[in-house]
Design a protein around this ligand. Structure first.
Ligand SMILES: Nc1ncnc2c1ncn2[C@@H]1O[C@H](COP(=O)(O)OP(=O)(O)OP(=O)(O)O)[C@@H](O)[C@H]1O
Length: 207
């Protein structure tokens, strides 16, 4: 089943014509359930494409739909079906980890506190729940983001460099979670990585 469709996407950052051409010109992509590896050299546009799909950046022209919902015509409904796990500072940096989790469970229909708790256990995050998110170490921050990413019931999950900054145990756990056949059947997971991910891939996209 088609889960994500991009048609005739045009995008460039204001004032940044890339050698006279936009970063994305008449770009198209169709993704089904399973894992997609988005690859390309530094600066190729991987993070930009993820942010466009996430609704964090707006296409100049073109359409992006998830489960048939258009990102620009139904922006709020669209965002409920998608989650972007990137390296940015959180929008509300004063929140504690627990408040960040509560906020996301409230935002996403069908989000399950028990599923999130299971991720917290697996990533051993209970000790940092009352800390402001800005006080977390790099790896703890990544684990907080991944707990949300793995627990939220979204159709499309976008993860920028999923394995960066994680300890060995967390890498092994994340690999099992992403490779889970039930997840691959119900979710379209797009991840960037400079190294070939040791995961069952449905598709590889080269930018
Ligand atoms: N906010 C911005 N304003 C202007 N240019 C930007 C902005 N963000 C990114 N760019 C430029 O857009 C291009 C694509 O950046 P992007 O971060 O999407 O690349 P990437 O493929 O994710 O790279 P990397 O592998 O280094 O993470 C780069 O040339 C970058 O300099």
């Amino acid at each position: 089943m088609l889960m994500l469709a991009i048609d005739h996407l045009n995008f460039e950052y204001a004032g940044h014509p890339y050698a006279g051409r936009p970063l994305f010109r008449q770009f198209g992509l169709q993704l089904e359930a399973g894992i997609t590896w988005l690859r390309g050299e530094n600066g190729a546009g991987k993070t930009t494409l993820m942010k466009l799909i996430a609704g964090a950046l707006l296409p100049h022209t073109g359409t992006i739909t998830v489960a048939g919902i258009d990102s620009q015509q139904q922006p709020l409904e669209y965002r409920r079906h998608i989650h972007y796990c990137g390296g940015d500072t959180p929008a509300l940096p004063w929140l504690t980890v627990r408040e960040m989790f509560d906020l996301h469970v409230a935002l996403y229909p069908g989000a399950d506190g028990a599923a999130l708790n299971a991720q917290l256990d697996a990533f051993r995050l209970h000790g940092v729940l009352e800390q402001p998110v800005t006080t977390l170490s790099l790896g703890q921050h990544k684990k907080m983001q991944l707990s949300l990413a793995l627990a939220l019931p979204v159709a499309v999950l976008l993860i920028d460099e999923p394995f960066n900054g994680l300890d060995v145990a967390a890498v092994a756990y994340l690999r099992t979670q992403l490779a889970d056949p039930a997840r691959r059947a119900r979710q379209c997971t797009v991840l960037t990585s400079h190294l070939e991910p040791d995961l069952p891939l449905a598709q590889t996209i080269q930018l």
